[in-house]
Design a protein around this ligand. Sequence first.
Ligand code: HEC
Ligand code: HEC
Length: 152
Amino acid sequence: MKGGRKMPAVKRMGWILLIAMFLLGACSKTPENKVYREKGLVTGKPGMNVYPGKEPGETSPRDRPYAIAPPSVPHSVASLTINRETNECLDCHLEGMEVKEGHRATKVPPSHFRNDHTGETKTGEVVGLRYKCTQCHVPQADEEPPVPQMAR
Ligand code: HEC
Ligand code: HEC
């Protein structure tokens, strides 16, 4: 008696490839946020996530959402460097430099010279925890929020 017919190796490979391609396709579909989709505001469309392009000294500080919130950055941060050697934010903000009349970089507050977790304090330079400014201070895209702000 002969055994059951085996699928030729080439045909089998073909099937495996086809299934793999199907699975890959299914995984790579990014789920879009329902609210954004309903409002036609799918991320990536032109007009979404337009960050402020104005240079420091050409903007004004924004309202803060609550008392101890880190203020958002009103000016462009696109060409500013923060690395081990350089922190361009501090060049202006450490001492509160007046860039031009009526446009002073808000001075880094006392809280940034103290690490409340370890008790470490520094004078003249911020503690490590506060070195990467853009970790907490972010620019805001000039967009209408798709859902109203509900926080009080
Ligand atoms: C050339 C000087 C300069 C540099 C560099 C600079 N800023 Fe500013 N920044 C300003 C000025 C001036 C203002 C006030 C608004 C204005 O006049 O544009 C300001 C405003 C701000 C504010 C709002 C402060 C408030 O009171 O609400 C934040 C936050 C801020 N900058 C963060 C940063 C961060 C983070 C960096 C680095 C990525 C940076 N800035 C680099 C000059 C500077
Ligand atoms: C871990 C988060 C964090 C980091 C990192 C951080 N900040 Fe802040 N920053 C805050 C918070 C929160 C506030 C508001 C409360 C306060 O004043 O401490 C603030 C306030 C400020 C203000 C407003 C001061 C005022 O008088 O109203 C300035 C200016 C500022 N930060 C600049 C900087 C700069 C420049 C850096 C980088 C060297 C930096 N911050 C890094 C969280 C952070």
